[in-house]
Design a protein around this ligand. Structure first.
Ligand code: ATP
Ligand code: MG
Length: 393
């Protein structure tokens, strides 16, 4: 269909958006929409006072635009609008176009008229257009539960007609809430934790600790693929890869077995903090959920966290595993997360790890380690990679 008289109108949730904040928010959203639409044929993304328009090219592939808008954080809903001249013949033609190709049995027309000089009132317009559409399509009128609602907005210069309000992903535009460093393991939980933070407007950078050559390379490949999937909404994403096996060997030879995983975690946290400073991130994010495994009891979370100097955010802390799995399926990370891999934390782990290690227990166990040497060694071995999301068309 010719798109010259059509455009997308994008709405965002306005709660708390006032003054300067609002312009900042809108500019970020426009920038992100442009990033998402790269490679599609639109002509312009335009900011109006409380909405954003995407103007289309004659040959724009509408389905590609819609697929991408659905992945943009910060969009509450959007619709494809048909632009009509201000006369009833044109409004009839465009109303019919707005429902072309749709499958429906019943409809309703709703009109809003901000131009009070238009010769017909809103109910009169709805009635006349409704009658025309029913006659042309053979469908029924239904004022209470219609399959399709055609909305007509008579404004000062033009008439806008749309019938397909689509729900967006919600949240806030990526970047408005600062940057976080996500500890990405290759498992199910941490990508979901990342997604939650991205949805709240945080730009995510990622860190992964790997034990290759003690394990295979699967965790590395999985993490790069997970970061790629997340970059659909996070855009260009940085992944920091940290070789961890040599450090684990040292922990294993110097400290009591029941504390190993917790000491791995403390060391990971310290290394991640160093990387956060390098990457300009203000918090760490993990996929931990209360009591899901031995290292995630309240006591253990506390004794790991006691050495942290920046906030550790755990967006999944109160979620059940089943809900996390459902979310992972929805955001497209589940199938990658469930491919087999050996996490570095499962390496050299005793059968019965401590479920209640106190801060003092870990502080004492760490006395046998040269912590700053270990952190430095990890940073020296670090590799930085960049991933982007590629659409298939
Ligand atoms: P996940 O599904 O994210 O692996 P999990 O339930 O398996 O989580 P753990 O393996 O105990 O839990 O890990 C808890 C959290 O610690 C992870 O969600 C992740 O944020 C972080 N983490 C664990 N292993 C690694 C790793 N190798 N690299 C980076 N972060 C890790
Ligand atoms: Mg794991």
């Amino acid at each position: 269909m010719d798109n010259t008289h059509r455009f997308y109108c994008i709405h965002y949730a306005e709660v708390g958006l006032k003054g300067k904040n609002r312009a900042y928010f809108e500019k970020k959203l426009v920038k992100n929409i442009k990033l998402s639409l790269q490679g599609t044929k639109y002509t312009e993304v335009k900011r109006l006072h409380d909405r954003i328009l995407v103007l289309l090219d004659q040959s724009t592939d509408i389905s590609a635009i819609e697929q991408r808008l659905r992945g943009v954080m910060g969009i509450a809903h959007f619709e494809l609008v048909n632009l009509s001249d201000k006369n009833m013949a044109a409004i009839k033609e465009m109303s019919l176009k707005s429902i072309e190709g749709k499958d429906f049995q019943s409809l309703k027309v709703e009109t809003k008229r901000s131009d009070k000089n238009f010769p017909l009132t809103s109910p009169e317009i709805s009635k006349e257009i409704g009658g025309h559409l029913i006659q042309k399509t053979g469908c029924q009128a239904d004022m209470h539960n219609p399959d399709v609602t055609v909305r007509i907005d008579v404004s000062r210069h033009d008439v806008y007609i749309y019938s397909d309000k689509q729900t967006g992903i919600g949240g806030l535009p990526v970047g408005v809430s600062g940057k976080v460093l996500v500890m990405l393991s290759g498992g199910i939980d941490s990508p979901v934790a990342a997604w939650r933070m991205i949805k709240r407007g945080a730009k995510a950078v990622f860190i992964h600790f790997f034990s290759y050559p003690y394990t295979d390379k699967a965790s590395l490949e999985k993490v790069m693929e997970l970061a790629r999937i997340l970059s659909e909404s996070n855009y260009r994403s940085t992944v920091y890869l940290i070789p961890f096996a040599d450090l684990q060997q040292i922990i294993v030879s110097e400290t009591p077995a029941p504390f190993r995983v917790l000491l791995y975690r403390r060391l990971m946290t310290r290394i991640a903090e160093r990387v956060a400073i390098l990457a300009d991130a203000e918090a760490l994010v993990t996929g931990e959920s209360l009591a899901q495994v031995a290292s995630q009891t309240l006591t253990n979370l506390r004794s790991i966290e006691s050495i942290a100097e920046i906030p550790i955010l755990r967006p999944l802390i109160g979620d059940d595993k089943a809900d996390i799995i459902e979310k992972a399926q929805q955001i497209g990370t589940f199938d990658v997360s469930t491919l087999p891999h050996q996490d570095c934390c499962s390496l050299f782990v005793p059968k019965h790890p401590a479920t209640r290690a106190s801060v003092e227990d870990l502080d004492n166990a760490e006395k046998a380690l040269d912590i700053s040497f270990l952190v430095e060694k990890a940073i020296q071995g670090m590799e930085k990679r960049i991933v982007c999301f590629d659409y298939e068309y």
